[in-house]
Design a protein around this ligand. Structure first.
Ligand SMILES: [Zn+2]
Length: 304
């Protein structure tokens, strides 16, 4: 790696850390993986990008609770009590007329392997027609740039909420990314239908224009919840615990509680980008909180 390249890579890592506290922890490289299933006439494929271990130190997760209480919740679920594990994943949605990628992971400069996972699903970056962004944190938009700092999905329309694009444009560490993707960006107002079967859903509080995406085909629905919940254990057992990633904690907490209540009552099929790969399953009520039941629907495969 040339010294110029190295400096650029370090700057990118610093930029990611500035916009997403999880990125302050070194991402752990993982093997690429793609897991797909049929949702009506669509094919939906979870794409693996990276892993994080966030230490249970009271600075990121549950900043309004004790580390002992967090450790108790983790160990009761059979996980180590000293760290919170997060996966980083994207979602590929193949409809009759679109090949949409929902979030892009960290990007190749930060050890993300989403592009290799995309290849396992039988697609190249140039095949992607739409990139749908839940929000502008580095672990969701970092992969919009390739290893050379160019727009990674040259033929795609890049869609995000207008408030999110305004926020991204206002962040100095995101300048290079904003300039590279600007010609491809199309904004929407939340709750817009983007194309048949794909609708953006406002989920307020995490960032100024954070959205989820509702994918519907032939009566079957999948909801990508973005960063409404980060840990499949902690965020569900205690949705009232504040996570440092949330920009407006009271609003984000209320959104999390409302979404968990609604989707558990409706048995909604969920994709959560930070739950253990492939991040597919259902929310169930458990005591005063909730529980994650991982479940890959039938017809799972590599996603071809
Ligand atoms: Zn995130």
């Amino acid at each position: 790696m040339s010294s110029k390249r190295l400096v650029a890579a370090l700057l990118m890592t610093a930029a990611l850390a500035a916009v997403h506290p999880a990125a302050a922890q070194s991402p752990v490289a993982v093997a690429p993986e793609a897991k797909g299933f049929a949702l009506g006439a669509f094919t939906v494929t979870a794409l693996r990008d990276a892993d994080f271990q966030a230490p249970n130190n009271g600075k990121v997760f549950a900043i309004n609770a004790s580390t002992d209480d967090v450790a108790k919740v983790l160990t009761q679920a059979g996980a180590p009590g000293d760290a919170i594990h997060l996966s980083v994943d994207g979602l590929l949605v193949r409809t009759p007329d679109h090949l949409a990628l929902l979030d892009t992971g960290l990007g190749p400069k930060a050890k993300g392997v989403l592009i290799q996972s995309l290849a396992l699903a039988g697609a190249t970056p140039a095949d992607v027609t739409d990139v749908l962004i839940t929000h502008g944190h580095g672990d969701h938009v970092g992969g919009l740039l390739d290893a050379d700092g160019r727009s990674a999905f040259p033929k795609a329309v890049i869609r995000m909420a207008s408030a999110e694009w305004a926020s991204l444009r206002g962040q100095a560490p995101m300048k290079a990314l904003v300039e590279a993707i600007a010609p491809q960006v199309q904004t929407f107002e939340p709750d817009a239908t983007l194309f048949p079967g794909v609708k953006a859903i406002a989920i307020k509080g995490h960032t100024p224009g954070h959205v989820g995406y509702e994918i519907t085909s032939e009566g079957r629905t999948l909801l990508d919840i973005g960063d409404t919940a980060h840990s499949s254990i902690v965020s569900l057992a205690r949705p009232d615990w504040v996570i440092a990633f949330d920009g407006d904690a009271p609003v984000a907490t209320a959104s999390r509680q409302a979404l968990l209540k609604q989707t558990s009552a409706d048995h909604t099929l969920i994709f959560a980008p930070h739950f253990p790969f492939p991040g597919l399953g259902e929310i169930e009520t458990a005591g005063a909180g909730f529980h994650w039941r991982a479940d890959v629907p039938a017809h799972a495969g590599a996603g071809h």
